[in-house]
Structures are given as structure tokens and as C-alpha cells.
Design a protein around this ligand. Sequence first.
Ligand SMILES: *Cc1c(COP(=O)(O)O)cnc(C)c1O
Length: 363
Amino acid sequence: MQIKCNVLDRQFQMHQNEYEEAALRVLRSGWYVLGSEVGKFEEEFAAYTGRKYCVGLNSGLDALIMSVRALGIGEGDEVIVQANTYIATVLGITENKAVPVFIEPDGYYNMDAEQIEQAITSKTKAIMVTHLYGQASNMNQIAEIARKHHLELIEDCAQSHGACFGGRITGSFGISGCFSFYPTKNLGAFGDAGAVVTDDRDFAERIRMMRNYGSRIRYYNEIEGLNSRLDEMQAALLRVKLKYIDALNAQRRELAAVYDGGIQNKKIILPMVRDGADSIWHQYVIRCKERDNLQRFLAENDIQTQIHYPIPPHLAECYQRLGHKEGEFPLTEQYAREVLSIPIYTGMTDEEQQYVITKLNEF
Ligand SMILES: *Cc1c(COP(=O)(O)O)cnc(C)c1O
């Protein structure tokens, strides 16, 4: 049996007729960028995240870059960010010439809230928190620190559509919730797409101008903008998937529970979920001291796995200029050596999952 990390057409097939209808509606409409589908998706996604405003964008990375910029954070400013995150989170900071200040993770692979305060300086402007692998970060504590020190709070929700902390949905804690709808995300489009959600009217308005060349009225450019428009096709298709996101997430929760109960191998550390948090299981990430051997063994048995992420941003080639050294963030570096994401996706069959479990236990 061959098991892939992700089989994207399974979720398409679940609601194929609706997707095809939506796509045809857009093709026949004669309007393809920033139109009524985008407007309706923005309303619906704002409602889903419990926020007043949503601005549809081109990607999750743009949501991060534009959020930092719209808050006026730039050269010389510091932004606190977890060391174990996807490079995009950090690019959101450095694309604005601000400086990322890295924090080690906790046992849930999220930012260790205990270490934030000692990293705050007179230059700190914001905390950028990633709800990694689908699990909400410790938002009570992080939001409280942000409030106490008058720091902006930006959430990278690219992996956490619908995940909650203390019953409150991620993306609703900070001034800005940044989402990616890249096809492999839990709420995935059929191409690139992203969004920012917020309750702040001015902030939403700045993002809205910025995504379309800095103009509210065409050719009247108030600020130096970008082109980060969401297209009608992706918005229409996302509107279909948004109706089912809770069911899709529930299915991943069931798959995660089966892994939790089924994987019994002393060499493998299973993921944990913090009290008060929940996870939408964007990834199911195990850890193993012999990770590379395990990955090879699984590959020999036709099971595809991924490493999220093999090189932490502070050691990435592109950030040599920041001058970080190996050993500076030992926990992050250990995770990078040991983590392995095993297949978990919508439509994964019981038979497929049992095969993965059998091989993991055999190792
Ligand atoms: C996917 C992802 C992004 C970037 O989203 P894109 O839409 O690919 O630009 C940012 N942060 C995290 C944590 C991600 O997983």
C-alpha cells in the first residue's frame, strides 16, 4: 500500500458538485478579481472567526508582511517570534526591515510564554505567535503579556483555522489574525490565497488599501501599496469549503485520536495537547531520536512523511546576516532533528491509517 502525506483530491471529491458549480459561476460572471465572491467570503470568514473585518489577500505570507507594515513596524523595531516556526512567519518581520527576536518553544511546539518577558526591550513593538501544527498557543498568558507591555499581538493562523484556546478561536486574540489558504492548509483553496481578520476598522482599511496599490479609489494612490488581491475563483471555492471546515477538522481530530491510541513504540514520542487548547491537527507530528532512520524505514514501506521543519529560521542560509549560531536555541534545534509529520488528511481511510500505525509499531 502506498500512503502519501496528503491526497488533496479526496476533499474535492467530497463536495465536487458544489466546487464545480462555484467555479462555473465565476467563469461565467465576467468578473475575476475582487468582486462579489471576495466580498461574501470576507463577510463569512469574519463571522467564522468572530471578527468585524476580513480582508482577502494573495497569500499567508502577504497577510504577515502587510500586518507588520500596517502597524508601522519597521527598521530598528523588534518583534518577538518563536524560533520553531515556518520561515514565512519570520519573513513577515524581516521584509519590513524589523528584527526577529527568537523564543524557544514549549512542550507543545508553540512559543514558550514563560520566556517572552525577558526578551522584551525598549525596541520591542510586537509579539508574533504561530499556532503551530494546528494547536492553539497559550493565549491567556501571551495576550496578557502583550497587554501589560503595550505590544501589538499578531497571530500566524496559517495552520490553525478553527482551533481554539479557552473556547476562543485563534485569530481573535490579537489586532491581526493572519491566514493562509494554501491548498494543503485545513481551509485550503485551489491555488494561493490568504486573509487578515481584525476588529480594528483603521487597520482593516490600511490592509485593504495596501492590497490594491495603496488606493481606495482606482488610480488615487494614498499609500505605497502592493498587489495582493484575492481572486474570485479562490474566494468562491473557499466559500464552499468554509461551510464544511468544522466537519473537516472533526475528521482530523478522529484520525489524531486513532494515532494517539494506536501508536505504541517506546522510540516514538506522541504529540500532546495543552489543557485549555485544542488542535485541528494540521499536522500530526511525532518525535524520534532516530528520526532519519524512521523516515527511511517508512519510505521503504511506501509511507511518505515530511519534516516541519528541518532547518529552523535562525540557522537558515538567508538569515546568516542575523549572526545566530548553532546551539543558541537548543530545544528548537533538537525538535528540528527529531520531528516527523506522518500522514493525516481529509478522506484518509481506516485501512491506510492502520497500515501507517502497524509500520510505526514495527520500527
Ligand atoms: C503556510 C504558512 C505560511 C505562509 O502561507 P502562504 O500562503 O504559503 O504564503 C505562514 N506561516 C505558517 C506557519 C505557514 O504554515
